[in-house]
Design a protein around this ligand. Sequence first.
Ligand SMILES: C[S@@+](CC[C@H](N)C(=O)[O-])C[C@H]1O[C@@H](n2cnc3c(N)ncnc32)[C@H](O)[C@@H]1O
Length: 517
Amino acid sequence: MAEGGGSCEICNKPARQFCSSCRGVFYCSRECQKQDWKNHKGKCKPYVLLKHPVYGRHLVATRDIRAGEVLLKEAPLVVGPKQKSHPVCLGCHKRVDGTTFCPACHYPLCSSACHYSRFHKDECGVLAKASGKIKIDKFDSTAHPAYECITPLRCLLLRHTDPRKWQTLSDLQDNVENIKNNSEMEGVIQRNTVDFLKNFIEYEGAEGSEVFRVCGILLTNSFEVKHNGQRIRGVYPQAAMCAHDCRPNTKHHVDQDLYLTIRATVVIRKGASITTTYTNTLWNTLQRRKQLKLSKYFLCGCRRCSEPSELGTHLSTLMCSECSVGHVQSTAPLDSNAPWACLKCGHQVQARTVDWGDQMLYKELRGVEQSTVRPLEDFLRHYQKALHPGHRFFVEAKFALIKYYGNHPNYRYRDLSREQLEKKVEYSRELLGLADTIDPGLSLLRGTVLFELQAALVALSKMLLSNDIITKDGSQDYMTEAVRYLKEATEILKHEPEMENGGLDAKLKVLSEELEI
Ligand SMILES: C[S@@+](CC[C@H](N)C(=O)[O-])C[C@H]1O[C@@H](n2cnc3c(N)ncnc32)[C@H](O)[C@@H]1O
C-alpha cells in the first residue's frame, strides 16, 4: 500500500495520482492510468496481503470498503468430500443409494455418466489400482472411512495435472506440527489416508509426509461448501487468507458452479483486517474456542472472546444457583481452566463443571430441535433458572422457534395464536439485537431474522385489527415497521445462492399468500 507518492506504473516518472480503488499503484497522468487499466484491472483489489504477528498472513483493507462490496470471487483449487463423509457420488457429490458403481474403481456413483465427470476422472485411474475391491454397502448418514483419502488424493494429483495449482496449494499453511501434537487426529490421518493410500490403493505418487501436509492444508484452509445438496469442502486460496474473528466483517457464499464470493457486511475501514468466521457466530466462547483449537489449531483472543459477557450479549452467562439472581461468568475467558463466579454473591463454579453442563445441554437441544414447537418451548421454560435469557442455548431454541412459527406446515400463520405471534415478534427482536452485536450489517443472520420479524409483524397486526384490538392507525404502525424490515431483509438476502434466480421472489410470493396480503 503506497502512500504519499511513488513512480508511475507506465513511465516511471515521480507520480502522486493513485488508483482510487486499490490505492496501490501511482500514475503521473490520467493518460498513463488509462493506458494501464487493461493490465491493472485484474490486480486491482481493495486489500493487500500482510503478515500479522498473531494471525500470520491476512488481508488488510487498502481503502474504506462499503458494506455490500464484493471483495473477491474465486474458483476453488480443489473440492471434494469432507474428512468425515457419508457416501457421495465422486462425480457430482450428490447422495448415492448403492444402485450404481463406477465400473473402474467401484466407488458408488449417482449415475453412470458421473464416471466421466471432471472431478472423478483423474482419481479413478489411481483408485482402480487398489489391491482389494472397495466395498461400500451402507448408504445412510454414517461417515465412511473410504472417503477420507479422496480430497487429499485430488490435491496430490494436481502435481502432475496442474503444477501451478499445486504450487498455490503448497504455499498454504499446513499446521502439521500441531496435528502431530494431537495424537487422535494424527492417528486418524495416518490410518485412513496415509496407510489407506499406500497399502490399499497402492498409490506410489507421494511420501507419507507429503500426504500428511496435504491433509493439514485441507484441515487448515478448507471452506465448507454445499454442492448438489451435500456439504463438501473446497480450498479457495485467496479467501483462505482472511483471518478469523468471532465478530466478522464479511460473509461468503458459494454458487452452484462452486465459485466463492466474499462480500463486506459492514464498512471496513482502511487498514483494518478483513475477517471471516471459521466457526459459528451463534456459539458461545467456550464452544467457539474449543472448536477453533481442534480444527484450526489456535486459541482465539478477539474482543468478543475476551469479554466475560461476550459484548453484553450474555451468550455464555449462567444464572447463579446460590443467590438465583446473579450472573455467573468466567473470571478469565481466555483461560479455559479459570473458575466461573457469580457477579452478585461471588459463588464459584469450576470450569470443568461449566464445560460438562454445556455438553449436556448441547446434546439435549440437538434432540429437541428435531421435534417441533412444544419441546423447544419446554426447553426454554425448564432452564430459565439456570441460563441467562441471552444464553447461547436459549438463542438457538428461539431461532428454531421463529423459523417454525409461520413456516412449518403445522404452524402456518393462520393457525398461530396471538400469544405465539407475539412470541415470534419478541424472539425475533431479541435475535435482531444479538445479530447487531455479533454479526452486524448485511449478515445472513440479520437478513434471516429481519425477514421473520417483518412477517410476524404483518400477521400480528392483521390479527389484532380483525379482532378490534388495534385501530387502522395502530395497524399502520406495524405495517410501516414491517415494510422497513422487509426492504432491508431483501437487500441482504438477494445475494444468497438459494435466493438468486427467482428464489427470493418465490419466497415472497409464498409469504404474501400465507399472510393473504
Ligand atoms: C486459513 S489459515 C489463514 C491464513 C494463514 N494466516 C496463513 O498465513 O496462511 C488459518 C490459520 O491462520 C491463523 N489464524 C487465522 N485467524 C487467526 C486469529 N484470529 N488468531 C490466531 N490465529 C489465526 C491460524 O494459524 C489458523 O490455523
